[in-house]
Design a protein around this ligand. Structure first.
Ligand code: HEM
Length: 483
């Protein structure tokens, strides 16, 4: 069946900068919503597989996409419309990239059995393994979400608030005044404290036992390496292999050993039964046939939460100040809002930051049925990528899409499937409530207590690493004063 909703778009004039992130505030994206009909086709039609509009079949072009996907997507969507077909060499193969809310809705609200998450192709899979909530599908995925969800609901997140407050104060108090620093790096220390406390129950993120110390060191090493340019090489050499190879395998070995040692220590300690951290939850969990989870299942789950919860939040903080320091009037208003405790403005600021610089710019689903996207029909077996970046810059959804203007969200509840920094459907980010709690505290405290300036470049270039889009210099800033 093909479901349909109606909205037709008018093609606008394109912005004039070559790189999307350098376009002036009043430029248009020239990306608009086309024909809205969308949904699985079940009338027996089998669209031709070879119907690709654009072939990125040479390795050179695939690499170009990995490194500069924003520029490729904005250019192609302006020229060809909001349904793009690609054929990637060595990658997910036949792919459709969509950004029309009606098209997105059709896959996010479809039965996950016909539009499951494309976890097999996730560049995170070799790192976090096949058994985590991020990489499993079907019944197993449902069970894992049901098990973990209570630790990520509003109430549970309240339990983490003290840790968030303490980590924020600690990191701001030691902020180096007058030195140029990458905000992502500072924020990563902070988000690591919070996540290590939530996941492994390390108070203040600080290890107490030898096994915890080894774990902390191994995780910092793997996360540090993942922020190094070698990470891109690792991603490319690992290609789309489901298991870790080369550098990835080498780097993960000590982490695996350290997690196993901490789990053994917790199992042997009778006082562990009173722990409320996520590792304890998984150690005591039983499968439907009343078996405990294996060490490798628990490892995959724990590493997923650390990896997914650390870099995303830290880089959202970095992007927020990258944008604020380039928009002094907005920075001024945001500082006033933080000092006046104007939570509506601060919420709008976070929305605008994640709209203009979504740290996860693409989410993927496998389509196991032929599908209709506007005038385009795709065959069964294709990968659908939702471009959150393009969605957030449609001219007909956001006036002046390249402007950084939090007021667009004041008193406005974004329409469904128009603002999706946390993805959607049954795979929506498990840590969204925790991430928002961290962002509110960290951004507000930085605004209140630190005056930041930046070098005079117009904007930091986005860099694509694994599934994230991060500021290439980590959001360089200098503190003029810390209160
Ligand atoms: C600003 C910070 C964050 C952003 C922008 C973000 C964004 C996302 C996105 C876009 C997805 C994919 C959703 C989809 O496929 O539709 C996702 C999934 C996920 N995120 Fe986050 N995330 C953030 C923070 C966190 C935190 C703090 C945690 C946990 C500690 C976390 C854990 C997860 C997990 C476990 C998944 C997989 C969910 C599933 O497949 O069922 N994330 N996130």
């Amino acid at each position: 069946m093909v479901t349909s909703t109606i909205r037709s778009g008018v093609r606008a004039g394109s912005g004039d900068a070559r790189h999307w992130y350098l376009r002036p505030a009043d430029a248009r994206s020239a990306v608009t919503c086309s024909d809205d009909q969308a949904g699985p086709i079940s009338d027996g039609t089998t669209p031709p597989a070879a119907d690709t509009r654009l072939r990125l079949s040479s390795l050179r072009n695939s690499v170009k996409f990995v490194l500069g996907q924003g520029d490729v997507l904005f250019a192609d969507a302006a020229a060809r419309g909001d349904v793009l077909r690609y054929d990637f060499a060595g990658g997910p193969g036949s792919t459709v990239i969509i950004s029309n809310p009606a098209h997105i809705k059709s896959i996010m609200t479809a039965d996950p059995a016909i539009a499951p998450s494309a976890t097999r192709q996730s560049p995170l899979r070799p790192i976090v393994g096949p058994d985590s909530v991020l990489t499993s599908i079907g019944a197993r995925h449902r069970q894992q979400r049901t098990l973990l969800m209570p630790r990520f609901h509003g109430h549970a997140v309240e339990d983490y608030r003290t840790e968030i407050d303490r980590a924020t104060a600690r990191r701001i108090d030691s902020w180096p005044v007058g030195e140029t620093v990458a905000l992502a790096e500072l924020a990563q220390h902070l988000t690591l404290d919070v996540i290590m406390s939530a996941v492994f129950g390390l108070p203040d993120g600080t290890p107490r036992t030898d096994a915890e110390r080894d774990l902390h060191r191994a995780i910092i090493r793997v996360l540090r390496l993942s922020t190094h340019s070698i990470a891109t090489v690792a991603q490319l050499t690992n290609g789309f292999s489901e298991n870790p190879v080369g550098i990835t395998k080498l780097v993960l070995r000590p982490v695996d050993r350290a997690i196993a040692a901490v789990l053994a220590e917790r199992r042997a300690d009778p006082s562990s039964t009173s722990r409320t951290d996520i590792a304890a939850l998984l150690l005591s969990a039983r499968t439907e046939d009343d078996k405990p989870l294996s060490d490798s299942e628990i490892r995959d789950e724990l590493l997923t939460l650390v990896v997914a919860g650390h870099e995303t939040t830290a880089n959202t903080v970095a992007w927020t100040f990258e944008r604020l320091t380039r928009n002094p009037e907005v920075y001024h208003d945001a500082r006033d809002a933080a000092r006046a405790d104007d939570t509506d403005y601060l919420e709008a600021l976070l929305n605008e930051s994640m709209r203009t610089r979504p740290v996860v710019p693409l989410v993927a689903r496998e389509l196991l049925k032929p599908w209709q996207f506007g005038a385009e029909q795709t065959p069964s077996g294709i990968t659908a990528l939702v471009s959150i970046l393009l969605l957030h810059h449609h001219d007909d959804l956001y006036e002046r899409p390249f402007a950084f203007d939090p007021t667009r969200f004041l008193g406005v509840r974004p329409a469904a499937h128009t603002l999706m920094p946390f993805g959607g459907g049954n795979r929506r980010c498990l840590g969204a409530t925790l991430a928002m709690a961290e962002l509110r505290t960290v951004v507000t405290e930085i605004l209140r207590r630190v005056d930041l300036v930046t070098h005079d470049r117009p904007a930091e270039r986005p860099r694509h690493r694994n599934v994230t889009m991060i500021p290439i210099r980590g959001g360089l800033v200098q503190a003029r004063a810390v209160r």
